[in-house]
Design a protein around this ligand. Sequence first.
Ligand code: ZN
Ligand code: ZN
Length: 189
Amino acid sequence: MHVTSNHKIVGLSPTTPINLNKDMTTMLMVDEEKQYIWDKTFIQIARLMAEHSTCTRKKVGAVLVKDNRIVSTGYNGTPRGLKHCYEIFTPDKISKPNYYEEHGKFSQKYEVHAEQNCIIFAGKVFTSCEGCTLYTTLSTCRDCAKLVVASGISRVVYDELYDRDQEGINLLELMGIQVDHFVDKGDNA
Ligand SMILES: [Zn+2]
Ligand SMILES: [Zn+2]
């Protein structure tokens, strides 16, 4: 569609035909590209947070963001005062065949997930999660998904898909929360 505008547009003569469809596509691409760069920044920070995890099985990091500013961070581990996962599961125990099973029981009882820690901290400092984006290195589990829904978070971006359980992701989508799988385009993107 070609239209002729009478409005003054910098860089264009008043008679320059403007392809509105093309301009809007370009604008949308610019927005998508900007969003990708922000997503990449926060996913990278979530990956750095994951390195602080005290879990021997899976290290997960999370970042809570509002208007492209970080309001909270978290990683998975035991609450203060309890022994860390790495203190219980020493290398000799990790090498045993029942490690996954034993860790599973321990984790369910004592470990707090990265997303939970992130949301709990936001609550402690009186920050509302309403309209926030949660970045996480691992796709959200069912328990965390319930917390995400209850807290008012409106978008979840995850890095790695948890292959054993996607119930959390399904619940988020069912509840109308935007869920995006971050796909890194590489350094030159
Ligand atoms: Zn652990
Ligand atoms: Zn979880």
